[in-house]
Design a protein around this ligand. Structure first.
Ligand SMILES: [Zn+2]
Length: 393
């Protein structure tokens, strides 16, 4: 039994920050969260000093096969799957180093992220827990078909969802609209139909898995909501009525603001294609407005980065949370979006510091509940009770 003691402990779910608190860990689980003064005298203590202990972060939208290059999908197509798998492994480590102990991979070539998740569980690879969609499901020629699979008609989409789950997918990803990376598509244009998505949702929910839908415009978002998905990814062009509907249904929004900020900043110097740069500019401001609207209407929000995209490396969840604060969230709210809320969306027993939960812990210097930038000052990361930071730095 080990007690981690820090000047502040934030449990990821409440509004409260405990001063001089401890998180007691035994056999990979959290035994208790208590003030240091209540700790039994003989407990072994790791004193972290002027630091804040919080749950390991959860990134609800990553692509482990992509490595933040100008055209990550072109790179994947140009190299062997073995090399891509090694990139995935390296990318997984980048998350852990940043204090991200759980990720949801929403689309990987050949379902490679499923294997990364397996390797992590087997102890072959240091990395975060990976909830992987395997191959994303798109209509023929639809968004991201190159990192997913194509399916047309409800029966084919149903079969695609079943096959991904058979391969080990822990969630299902559907492309409900065009996006920023394709040539002959616009982010707002609807793609998979309500009937097609409904078939996949039915299969996923039967198997106890969640469904994420990539959607930008109100029309595409509404198609996905009608089909019963659990989260809308991006959602940048959402309107008031659609936000209200999401709030009523309890559907999560994963706004991915940091990917547009990163691509707008680094796209030109990386030499990202013109069509990506143009569409990024269109979405950048819209994504902030969408986040503010969701906040105002009370839509459930989970943090995700879309990292791996051009100029947006893995392990950048702290930047997404910083942008949330810049757009009007308070730091405690932003941390909840990147811990408890994201874990709830994934259906994983992590994201809070509570008795009985898996001991995924992050300690940072300073106080991120006041200054969100402190999340970058990682002191310690525990994954399932095991200290992983020392293996990585
Ligand atoms: Zn994505």
């Amino acid at each position: 039994m080990v007690a981690y003691r820090a000047a502040r402990v934030f449990d990821g779910a409440s509004e409260e920050v405990m001063e001089d608190g401890t998180v007691v860990v035994e056999e990979g689980r959290i035994v208790s969260v208590m003030p240091a003064e209540d700790l039994p005298a003989d407990t072994e203590v790791v004193n972290l000093g002027d630091a804040t202990l919080l749950p390991g972060l959860v990134d609800a939208h990553v692509h482990l096969v992509w490595s933040a290059s100008a055209e990550p999908h072109a790179l994947v197509e140009s190299e062997s799957r073995a090399l891509t798998a090694l990139r995935c492994a390296n990318n997984a480590g980048l998350h852990l180093r940043a204090g991200v102990t759980t990720v949801r991979d929403v689309g990987s070539t050949d379902g490679l992220a499923i294997e990364v998740g397996r390797a992590v569980e087997l102890g072959v690879l240091p990395g975060p827990r990976v909830v992987a969609a395997g191959r994303a499901i798109a209509m023929t020629g639809g968004h991201g078909w190159f990192l997913g699979r194509e399916a047309d008609g409800p029966d084919a989409v149903r079969r695609a969802a079943r096959e991904e789950m058979k391969a080990g997918a822990g969630c299902v990803k559907l492309m409900a609209s065009g996006g920023v990376y394709g040539h002959a598509e616009e982010p707002g244009s609807p793609q998979l139909t309500t009937e097609e998505m409904g078939a996949a949702v039915q299969e996923a929910h039967k198997a106890g898995r969640k469904v994420a839908a990539h959607a930008y415009s109100p029309e595409a978002i509404n198609n996905a909501l009608e089909a019963g998905v659990d989260s809308i990814e991006h959602g940048s062009f959402i309107d008031q009525a659609t936000a209200k509907r999401m709030q009523e249904l309890g559907t999560y929004l994963v706004p991915t603001m940091s990917v547009y900020a990163a691509m707008a900043k680094k796209g030109p110097e990386l030499g990202a294609p013109e069509y990506i740069q143009r569409k990024t500019a269109e979405v950048l401001e819209a994504s902030r407005d969408a986040f503010r609207l969701a906040l105002e209407v009370g839509v459930k929000i989970a943090a995700g980065t879309d990292c791996g995209a051009p100029g947006h490396p893995h392990g950048t969840l702290p930047e997404e949370l910083r942008l949330m604060v810049e757009a009007g969230a308070d730091p405690i709210q932003a941390i909840r979006f990147g811990t408890a809320a994201a874990a709830d969306l994934l259906g994983e027993e992590v994201g809070t510091l509570e008795e009985g939960k898996t001991a995924d812990l992050l300690a940072v210097a300073g106080d991120p509940t006041r200054d969100i930038g402190a999340l970058r000052q990682v002191r310690l990361v525990l994954r399932g009770g095991v200290e992983v930071t020392s293996n990585l730095f």
